[in-house]
Structures are given as structure tokens and as C-alpha cells.
Design a protein around this ligand. Sequence first.
Ligand SMILES: [Zn+2]
Length: 239
Amino acid sequence: MEELTVTGIVLSSMPYKDKDKLIHIFSVELGVVTGILKGVSAPTSKLKFASQPFCFGKFDLVKAKDFYVVKGVDLVDTFFDLTSDYESYKLCSLMLEICKVVMKPNIISESLFLTLLKSLQNIVYSENVNAKLCIIKFMLTVLKIIGYELNFDTCDNCGLKFMGDIKFDVYSGTFRCSNCSGGVIVSKQDFVTLKIIQNTSFEKLNSVKVSLDCQDRIFELCLRDLSSRLNYKFKSFIE
Ligand SMILES: [Zn+2]
């Protein structure tokens, strides 16, 4: 039987049969794979931690008929501190959901994996971290990875440098000048803040100061754009 070890993060889990659980592991090597944790619902199971979303480690897998059997997990981090802050937990769960939607079967993306890992580490371990800004940065990076990076320099339609009002064209998911789009005007503050976040590394995000209103607006802009690019509704965040 084929045995292999992958480095991955658990995106989600669900009960399976009496005492088993199925987990979706976002791995560097194989993309998203489904693993079965046998007997993990029993009180004595030693692999319980691996059935939790965010579990990061090296997974020893054996290929079975429909999925991989998880034989062992060398734990690196559970990101347990996330459970103490509901808002951060919810935002980080959104990142897992986004990864699950982006990572269709047979897609492998080391860059998305590393972006997810860096975002989680930053949110859990950095001082004075603003989780919402991290998620916005995460979404901007995902847009780039899937080929829809936002362009802050020129109008997507006529190619001219931005002057005057800038609009976000919801149909194309791009910024356009007011001549080229009937979309909604994006305030200078929102536009500049998004541009700064796009150009700031995760490590330095805590130096970016943004009002709560602005955070909410640009968060929604990114999520709506991602949602239309992926043709998927992130239910918990968009009514
Ligand atoms: Zn234009």
C-alpha cells in the first residue's frame, strides 16, 4: 500500500460512520485531500486534535479506496489561542473556507498554503495584530494567486492613470475611472488603504492604522470581489 507524509492544515472535518471522522487536509504536496481518522470519536483516541480545523502538522497517510487513512500526525501547531477570540476565530474560519473553494480537486498551490499559514501565525502570535486587516491582506493575496490581482494604478478599461473619482466596477471586479464605469465611487480613503495593505507585508501590517468603518467597507469589497470571482457565496458574511 502506498504510504506518504504530507505537510498540511485541516480545513474542516465531519463525523463518518460510528467513531470515525473525515478531514479535509490542505497539503503542500497534494492540494486538498480527504483523510479518515479511524476511531477518533472514541474517548481514548490519540488523534483527536487532528480532527480540529486549523490543526497544522505532518500527516502520515496510507492510500485507501476512496480516501487516505491518517495513520499518524506529527503536530506542529493547533492555533489553539484562536478559540479564545470569537471574532478572530470567525475571520480565520473564513480563510479556511476560501481555501476550500479555491482548492478544487487536483489543484496544488504552495503559495496559497504559505499565505494561509503566514496569516494564521500572524493573527495568533503577532503583537497588536488587527485580524481584520490580515484577512483583507489574505483576500488581496488570494485574488492575486487566482489571477485577479487588483490594479491600483490605472483604469482597467481605458488604461489611463487614475484622476478624479475612482469607481469599483462590480461586474468586472476592477477599479475604473468615472468615464468607464457606472459602478459605485470608492472613497479615496478606502482606495488608498487597500493599496497600502496590498503593498505591505503581513509582518508589517500592524503599522497600518485604519478606522473601523473603513475596515468594514474594504473587507466587504474584497469579499464580494472574491465571491464573484469564485462564483461562491460566503454565507456567514454576505446576506
Ligand atoms: Zn477608464
